[in-house]
Design a protein around this ligand. Structure first.
Ligand code: SF4
Length: 386
């Protein structure tokens, strides 16, 4: 298979691992701590564990899992608001499957569905649009969720609904952007990060230049990476090479997919439909300025927040995390999932306490599925800081 098997070649992987080990030794000779490389994207976290890269790379390199799983960073208050909308009379609430089991303060969407709300799983906002066309007497709401990867398709569905004058379609917009939480992490004096592996899918839309500030203002290297094992190993090698050479640049390992300036069609749709919110709440990171998107006034008729008077339209609503839940610390790379007291005890994929255990991109789900650590004591994961 072209563009997959070539990037899973064990012989090539061994050669890159040897080069990583040599570089890590060279860098390690001048410092006590391992090189901390944050993979921002949850898809990368899963790939690292699926292929056992965390165990294969030299001990002088440590992967820190970042906040790049959109379902995981969704605060509980937003899940509650989804349930609130779904329970309104006449509403059909549509969502990607990933979000169905994310716990709210009282229930998840799955539990709300079991209790009688009309909640349906879709694969695209266009499915929700089609449902609205076929259900003129109902209000069809799409749960717009995700980073810049999924944001354009929601924008296109809103543009299409406007063209058709589809008054019974709206979007509960929870789209968020990647650069701002990275800045928040870099501004955190407790974080010890030496470099980044940048998100491949997001960068396919926005290009590589939105990360320029990481190199320019913070002096950290970032390499945008693909999702195969050799993509990730090569990206680690590129980050280490920059560190050894005293460079801090934005590099593109995933050039076969990521254009330098992104996708102009997607970017134009996003600019037309959305504007930045002054701030948006992230699970574990709190409110981050300019990190969320809302629907522009010209498309207000398709904004579920306005239509149902929930979310930021109803004023700020902060909900505390459940007792003993360490999602925030895991999300910001302060601890590994196995260091959460609930891991494998009060929180499993069957009975999740936090979103990181249910999302297909969640760090806790990756440790559970691939880490061979089904009990907290199975793996020693000391805190990185403090
Ligand atoms: S184990 Fe559960 S509660 Fe703990 S950080 Fe992971 S998802 Fe959150």
């Amino acid at each position: 298979m072209k563009y997959a098997t070539e990037f899973r070649d064990p012989k090539a992987a061994k050669a890159v691992l040897a080069r990583i080990a040599a570089l890590a030794d060279q860098i390690g000779a001048t410092r006590a701590a391992p090189v901390h490389i944050m993979e921002i994207c949850g898809g990368h976290t899963h790939a690292i564990f699926r292929y056992g890269l965390d165990k294969l790379v030299h001990e002088g390199v440590e992967f820190i899992h970042g906040p790049g799983c959109p379902v995981c960073v969704l605060p509980m208050a937003r899940v509650d608001e989804c349930v609130e909308i779904a329970n309104r009379p006449g509403v059909i609430f549509t969502t990607f499957g990933d979000a169905m089991r994310v716990p709210g303060t009282k229930m998840s969407l799955m539990q709300a569905k079991a209790a009688g709300a009309d909640i349906r799983m879709v694969y695209s906002p266009l499915d929700a649009l089609e449902l609205a066309r076929r259900s003129p007497g109902r209000e069809v709401v799409f749960f717009g969720l995700g980073f810049e990867t999924t944001t354009p398709s929601t924008a296109l569905s809103i543009q299409q609904a406007a063209r058709e004058g589809l008054g019974n379609f709206s979007v509960f917009c929870n789209h968020i952007t990647v650069p701002e939480p990275i800045r928040a992490l870099l501004d955190d004096p407790h974080m010890v990060l030496d470099g980044f592996i940048g998100p491949g899918h997001v960068s396919m839309v926005i290009g590589i230049h939105p990360y320029d500030f990481i190199a320019r203002d913070y002096g950290k290297p970032i390499v945008v990476a693909g999702f195969e094992p050799l993509d990730l190993l090569q990206s680690v090698l590129m980050v280490l090479t920059q560190i050894r050479d005293g460079r801090a640049e934005v590099e593109n390992q995933y050039a076969r997919v990521v254009p330098e300036h992104g996708n102009p069609v997607s970017l134009a749709a996003m600019t037309d439909v959305y504007e930045k919110r002054p701030s948006f709440e992230w699970r574990g990171l709190g409110e981050i300025d300019q990190s969320g998107l809302r629907i522009r006034a010209k498309y207000r008729a398709f904004d579920a927040e306005e239509k149902f008077g929930v979310g930021y339209a109803a004023g700020p609503r902060v909900v505390a995390e459940p007792e003993g839940c360490a999602c925030g610390q895991v999300m910001t790379g302060r601890i590994k999932p196995t260091a959460c007291p609930q891991f494998g005890r009060g929180c499993t994929p069957e009975m999740p306490l936090g979103a990181l255990m249910v999302s297909s991109e969640g760090a806790c789900a990756a440790y559970w599925q691939y880490g061979g650590a089904r009990a907290p004591e199975a793996v020693e994961c000391p805190e990185i800081v403090e």
